[in-house]
Design a protein around this ligand. Structure first.
Ligand code: ADP
Ligand code: ZN
Length: 300
């Protein structure tokens, strides 16, 4: 693989879709976006951009797609490469992988936006040289991507770390949570919209002594403890709008230590925790760089 080879990257998000051309070093050479509307209109924009970019930058060797979920990622499943049931109009059961493969006649790799971001952080960002690596985004939702032995974790489906259920914080016993499936799962209690639903304001707008900071740190600390116990990663990387509040990281690490109860000796020292729970390095490009990482892998 040389750095003159060109790869295509597509990131389909809840509100916008991003498409780019990049090289094997993780450099984006051209990048554009359009609103995410119905799948045919959205992909028509992406494909027009990629065909034009291939003319200007040279032939493409593979395509990576980082998508919102749920996704069918089991190659044995008849719906492999399709989007699962989603409220987004027109996308339920859409054959995302097959449509792009047919249009471009290139190798195509598809994964969740968060698995892709985990892959990019492991390859070029905060997870370099480490494995397993977990990437968690705390924004409109909470999602987690998992890289194990250099590959995104797939199985029955993909991990859904944002829907684990935390023990309720004693200052947060009444709020029912906003997850339409589970109510008070992590996403229902600690996503950006959950904070706004509980307090009428985002974390950035609430003073340091407000209980929301203790509640948020506790729930994310519990999430990290469960991730640690279940997956034993070498690092947990946090991105997303809510995690732009840097003041969250130290209280989160303190709560992680609390919930582990001294059981994981490797995390006893304060600087071990500082290296274990870290901010993402590739924001706001983790998703599209993840799609590029998928494209590079698809061509190997
Ligand atoms: P998305 O998850 O849709 O990709 P973001 O990661 O930006 O988008 O998350 C948006 C959510 O994060 C909103 O609910 C918003 O309230 C919250 N948010 C965005 N920026 C900040 C910030 N700087 N501080 C605290 N919360 C934020
Ligand atoms: Zn949930």
């Amino acid at each position: 693989m040389n750095h003159m080879q060109r790869f295509a990257a597509i990131e389909t998000g809840g509100t916008k879709t991003v498409f780019a051309i990049g090289n094997a070093d993780g450099e984006l050479l051209a990048c554009e976006r359009c609103p995410t509307s119905d799948p045919h209109t959205t992909l028509a924009s992406a494909l027009a951009f990629l065909r034009d970019a291939a003319q200007r930058h040279g032939p493409l060797h593979g395509v990576g797609i980082a998508s919102f979920g749920p996704l069918h990622l089991n190659p044995q499943h008849p719906a492999f490469g399709h989007i699962g049931a989603t409220p987004k109009p027109g996308w339920s059961d859409f054959n995302l992988l097959g449509t792009v493969q047919t249009a471009l006649a290139l190798p195509v790799a598809l994964d969740t936006d968060v698995n892709a971001a985990a892959m990019a952080e492991q390859r070029w960002g905060a997870g370099r040289g480490l494995d397993p690596v977990v990437y968690v985004t705390v924004g409109t939702g909470i999602g987690g991507g998992v890289m194990v032995h250099g590959r995104p974790l797939h199985g029955l489906m993909h991990a859904e770390l944002g829907h684990l259920r935390p023990r309720r914080h004693h200052e947060d016993m009444d709020f029912p949570g906003i997850c339409p499936f589970h109510g008070d799962c992590l996403e229902g209690l600690a996503s950006g919209p959950a904070i706004i639903a509980r307090h009428g304001a985002s974390l950035a707008q609430l003073p340091a002594e407000h209980p929301v900071w203790r509640i948020q740190a506790d729930y994310l600390g519990q999430l990290c403890a469960q991730i640690t116990l279940a997956l034993s990663p070498q690092r947990i990387i946090f991105g997303g709008g809510v995690m732009q509040q840097n003041a969250l990281f130290n209280p989160l690490r303190d709560r992680l230590r609390h919930w582990l109860g001294g059981y994981v000796g490797a995390l006893d020292a304060a600087d071990a925790l500082r290296n274990y729970v870290v901010p993402a390095q590739l924001e706001p490009n983790a998703g599209i760089l993840g799609a590029l990482a998928l494209a590079i892998r698809s061509a190997q």
